[in-house]
Design a protein around this ligand. Structure first.
Ligand SMILES: [Zn+2]
Length: 59
């Protein structure tokens, strides 16, 4: 198998991974609309370890 892996958890940080900024921004918007959101994630950032995107609470 030579296909690129695309599993959401394929990052050393263990954080949930999003494939691109759009996906992360969308997930963040959905999170803020949900009742379970506790302001833990407020921003999307690019991760160099997995070349994906994560959400963070840090400014
Ligand atoms: Zn990552």
């Amino acid at each position: 198998m030579t296909a690129a892996r695309a599993r959401p958890t394929d990052c050393p940080t263990g954080k949930r991974r999003y494939r691109d900024r759009i996906g992360a921004k969308y997930a963040l918007a959905v999170l803020k609309e949900s009742a379970s959101w506790r302001r833990q994630e407020t921003r999307a950032y690019h991760c160099r370890a997995c070349n994906g995107w994560h959400l963070t609470s840090k400014p």
